[in-house]
Each structure stands twice: as structure tokens, then as C-alpha cells.
Ligand binder design. Structure first.
Ligand code: NG6
Ligand code: CA
Length: 525
């Protein structure tokens, strides 16, 4: 455990006893706020070395809490990471838990235990405000009627969400079971992912209406000067304003906190920033030294500041565990020419790890991860423990004294002492799910099985323009890296360390197959 920021001495520690079962006592029922940024890379915030993007609020969270250097999103894309975060199960075990279209059915079964139902079953009030991207309904969604099942069927008491991504139709919020502010009688909302519907301008037909150009895939219906994936018609009264998304989520989150200040609450706050199409509020545009992408990160930082200052104002700081992380690594051009590459100005979003979003290299899944609970977490320390977001269900359950049914959260390791910065005994191994390949880290060793990779992966990985571009390994080549000596995964040691490579590839196959007991036996308590 290293002292990261010497200027901020550790707070006096109150000893922490994790309750195993039974009803949680008030002092073991902290409020929990999970702030989950989108596509924010390991090197994108000041606390992790960014110099051209100002993130004072995230940095301050790190000074008041634990900054993890080896923490992972379970996957390098959104839906699988979110699936794992909320269910405690690796997403590769779940059929269909890959990037979802905006009209996809929900990938979490209503019967599954989720982070929300764990809190809910222990007397917490639970809410989700932000980007969902886990599907809604059971088949075709009727956007003009009752949309369910959704978050409310998974243990959330309140739900105000962007259904999928900001680059996908429909560009509306769903509040509870209904599209927010929709006038379905005078202008019903229709959505299609197969073909153009209606006569709204699209990126293809009206490129002159765009704030910036997009590729073909992102050239569907234009809303606020930004073309999206897919087409929609009607429902204008419900369309969001991209420049106000952060404010909308923040206001609602603050209201949620105020409304539930007298009882324990769990708030899941998945942000829109910095996913494409990037269009932060006016006051953030031009603020960073790295163009729109950096501006959007500064907007995310503003949200963090608004949440922490609301907690301060309500005197809830010492009763609230705040977590900040990201769903996957960074990408510069993800379908829109918004200047992210040209304006990068030397900023390396992956903090010199290898690769980024979509990949099984470290840059794809190793993300900023901060836990702050004043008085309870160590303050201003770095932890090198390996921890994955898939661990949060079991870990938070232990912290609040909630029991988990035997088959719930099968991949989730309970690591309360690690999360609170009191122990560095994290996972011994972790799966990192790239879009094409799963990788395995065990201790300092990282194994990526051999290709071939599909063509679209090769194209994505080889975007020579991107400051974090990295070549795809040639077909048939397994990779082994020593992350302690080589965090940038530059030197393939597969042939030099045959024995370790074999052990890891055997373990890898075992974890993949082993549905029944995938947990690390050393971590079971
Ligand atoms: C991809 C989109 C990309 C982004 C991603 C989801 C194309 C060619 N690309 O399919 O723009 O939307 O899905 O990102 O369609 S995520 O962070 O939500 O996983
Ligand atoms: Ca994402």
C-alpha cells in the first residue's frame, strides 16, 4: 500500500468489522453511490496522470480515498461490463451480453440477483439514473406503452435512464416504465434498426445539418445536429438535448440523494460522458486542452463534484461510500469525426497501457477506480490489489451485511478490506473480456490466446490515426506478458516462459468451462 499523495495524511481509522449475515446495523449501512463513466481511459483523469484535462473533483475523491492501480472493468465494451457490474457474473457466460442495439430485450433476467436487489433486500432505497444499455422488455419494445421488464424489475426503486447509448436511437429518456415527456397520441415514437423509417433528416441525406461528420453506421436519424445509429420518427417532445444530458442526470441524482437522505440509499449513476457523439454543455466546450473528448471528461468531473458537494451539504459524506470507475478503456474515433484525434495534443487516454476500447490488452479493461468513504477508507493511498468490477456485488453485499443466495453473483469475489484500502490481497486472477478475445491475468502474468481475429477487429485495432493504435497480433500467436515489468504489453514472453504459459492457458480453459464454481478458491471465506 503506497501513500500516493503525501500532502494528505491518512485519516484516523475506525476499525471495520464486516458483518457476515443478519440485519445490517446503521453504521454498517453506508449509502453507496456508484459513478460509472463511459469510455474513460486509464490515463484520462488527473489522479491517473492526465495533464491536459482538469479533473479536480475526481482527483479530490482519490485524495480522500483509495486509488486502485490494477482495477478492471470486466470487459472492454459497455454492455458486458455493465452486465458483470450489476450481476457479479462474467458476461462471457451469458449469451447475448454483447453490445446491444437500442431496441434489444433486457439481457439480465428479472429473476437474477443484482446489485440493486441486494441493496433493496436490505432495506435500502435504490435508484438508477443514467445510461442503461442492458436492453429493455422481452421482445419488441413498444416505446409508446409500458416498457418492461427494465431496471424496476431488477431491484431498482427508481429509474431514469438513457435506454442504450447516446449514438443510438431512440434519443429519449425512459422514466420508470415510460418514455419521459412523450406525447404518444399526437406523435407516437417509432424506432427501426433495419431500415429508414419516417422522413426525418439523416446523416446520409442531410450531411449539411451535422455538427460533425459520421461514418455510415452512425449516419441514421439526426437529432441536435448529431446523426445516430438507427432510425426513428415521431416523439419529438421526448427527445433529449445532448448538451443537457449531464445536467439532467445530475439534477435527478441530487434530488434522489436529497429525497432519501434519512435512509440508506444506493444510487447507480452511469454517465453519458465520454461516449460518442461527444457534445458536452456549452460551458465545457473548449475548456480542456484536448478538444471535445477532453471537454466531455471535464463535464464528467463536474458531475462528480456536484454529487460530492451535495453529500457534503447534507452532511452525508461520512455515511457514504462513493465509487468512481469506467465501463471500458478509451477510444478516440468511435464513428464520428469530432476532432478527438487531431485535438489529442499528446494526451494518451490509455495512460501508456496498450490499446483501448474493444481490446483485451490492458488499455481495454484497466480503468480508473476510486473508492472513497471518509473515515472508513484509507485516505490518499494507492492499492495495487487486483480487483474487478465483477467483485462489487459480493463486496458491497459484505459491506452492508447482506447475504447472497448460493448461485448469485458466481464470479464476484467479496473483497471489502481491499475496497476500503485495508488489504492488498485482491484477486489472484481475473478474466478480461475483449470484443474478440478473453484474456487472463494471474498475478503479474497476462495471457491472451491466439487469433485469428475477425476482420472488423483488425480494422478497429489498426486505426493508424489513433494515438493509442496498436497492431492486432498475427493469427495463431498466443501472448504472454509480465505486467510488473512490462505494463505496456510490449514484449511477448510466451516462448520464453513455456511453463507459465501452459499453466495459464490450462487455467484459462478451466475458468471458461467452469460455470459451477468459477471463483478463485483462495478468495472464498
Ligand atoms: C459499436 C459502435 C460504437 C459504439 C459501441 C458501443 C459501430 C460501428 N460502432 O458497435 O460507435 O456505439 O458500439 O460502445 O456501430 S459502448 O461503450 O456502449 O460499448
Ligand atoms: Ca463504454
Amino acid at each position: 500500500m503506497k501513500k500516493a499523495l503525501l500532502l494528505f495524511p491518512a485519516l484516523v481509522l475506525i476499525s471495520f468489522a464486516s458483518s457476515q449475515e443478519g440485519k445490517a446495523q446503521p453504521d454498517q449501512s453506508p449509502n453507496v453511490v456508484v459513478i460509472y463513466a463511459d469510455d474513460v481511459g486509464y490515463g484520462d483523469v488527473g489522479a491517473y496522470g492526465a495533464e491536459k484535462i482538469d479533473t479536480p473533483n475526481i482527483d479530490s475523491l482519490a485524495r480522500n480515498g483509495v486509488r486502485f492501480t490494477d482495477a478492471y472493468a470486466s470487459a472492454s465494451t459497455c454492455t458486458p461490463s455493465r452486465y458483470s457490474l450489476l450481476t457479479g457474473e462474467y458476461a462471457f457466460r451469458k449469451e447475448g451480453a454483447s453490445i446491444l442495439p437500442g431496441d434489444a430485450p433486457m439481457v439480465i433476467d428479472s429473476k437474477q440477483k443484482t446489485m440493486a436487489s441486494v441493496f433493496n433486500g436490505t432495506g435500502y432505497t435504490t435508484g438508477v439514473i443514467g445510461k442503461w444499455h442492458l436492453g429493455l422488455g422481452e421482445g419488441e419494445v413498444n416505446w409508446n406503452g409500458k416498457i418492461h421488464p427494465g431496471p424496476l424489475e431488477l431491484g431498482f426503486d427508481q429509474s431514469f435512464i438513457m435506454p442504450s447509448t447516446n449514438d443510438r436511437v431512440p434519443t429519449v429518456y425512459v422514466s420508470g416504465h415510460r418514455v419521459h415527456k412523450l406525447d404518444s397520441t399526437s406523435s407516437p415514437l417509432r424506432v427501426s434498426y433495419d431500415q429508414k423509417i419516417g422522413d426525418l433528416p439523416t446523416g446520409e441525406t442531410h450531411p449539411e445539418k451535422l455538427r460533425y461528420p459520421a461514418d455510415r453506421q452512425h449516419s441514421g436519424t439526426i437529432v441536435n445536429g448529431l446523426s445516430r445509429i438507427g432510425w426513428m420518427k415521431g416523439g419529438q417532445s421526448a427527445w433529449w438535448n445532448d448538451a443537457e444530458i449531464a445536467k439532467t442526470f445530475t439534477n435527478r441524482a441530487q434530488q434522489f440523494i436529497r429525497d432519501h437522505q434519512d435512509q440508506p440509499f444506493f444510487l447507480y449513476l452511469p454517465l453519458r460522458d465520454v461516449h460518442v457523439p461527444r457534445w458536452p454543455a456549452d460551458r465545457f466546450r473548449g475548456e480542456s486542452d484536448t478538444g471535445l473528448r477532453g471537454d466531455a471528461i471535464e463535464e464528467a468531473d463536474w458531475v462528480v463534484g456536484e454529487i460530492t458537494s451535495t453529500l457534503q451539504t447534507l452532511d452525508l459524506e461520512e455515511e457514504t461510500l462513493v465509487l468512481f470507475s469506467s465501463d471500458n478503456g478509451p477510444v478516440y474515433n468511435d464513428g464520428y469525426q469530432d476532432g478527438a484525434i487531431q485535438d489529442a495534443n499528446g494526451h494518451l487516454a490509455n495512460g501508456r497501457l496498450r490499446g483501448g476500447k474493444y481490446q483485451s490488452f490492458e488499455g481495454g479493461t484497466r480503468v480508473p477506480f476510486i473508492a472513497a468513504w471518509p473515515g472508513r477508507t484509507e485516505a490518499g493511498v494507492d492499492s495495487e490489489a487486483i480487483i474487478s468490477q465483477v467483485d462489487l456485488v459480493a463486496t458491497l453485499a459484505e459491506i452492508i451485511g447482506a447475504g447472497l443466495p448460493v448461485r448469485a453473483a458466481p464470479d464476484s469475489e467479496p473483497l471489502p478490506d481491499v475496497l476500503l484500502g485495508k488489504s492488498e490481497k485482491g484477486r489472484t486472477r481475473v478474466i478480461q473480456q475483449g470484443r474478440a478475445k478473453l484474456a487472463l491475468r494471474r498475478g503479474k502474468w497476462k495471457y491472451i490466446p491466439p487469433g485469428p481475429y475477425p476482420n472488423w477487429v483488425i480494422e478497429k485495432h489498426n486505426d493508424p490515426q489513433s494515438p493509442i493504435a496498436t497492431p492486432v497480433p498475427p493469427p495463431g500467436q498466443p501472448l504472454l506478458f509480465n505486467l510488473e515489468k512490462d505494463p505496456g504489453e510490449s514484449k511477448n514472453l510466451f516462448h520464453r516462459h513455456q511453463k507459465i504459459a501452459e499453466e495459464l492457458s490450462t487455467l484459462f480453459r478451466k475458468i471458461r468451462k467452469d460455470n459451477a464454481s468459477p471463483k478463485d478458491p483462495q478468495q472464498r471465506r
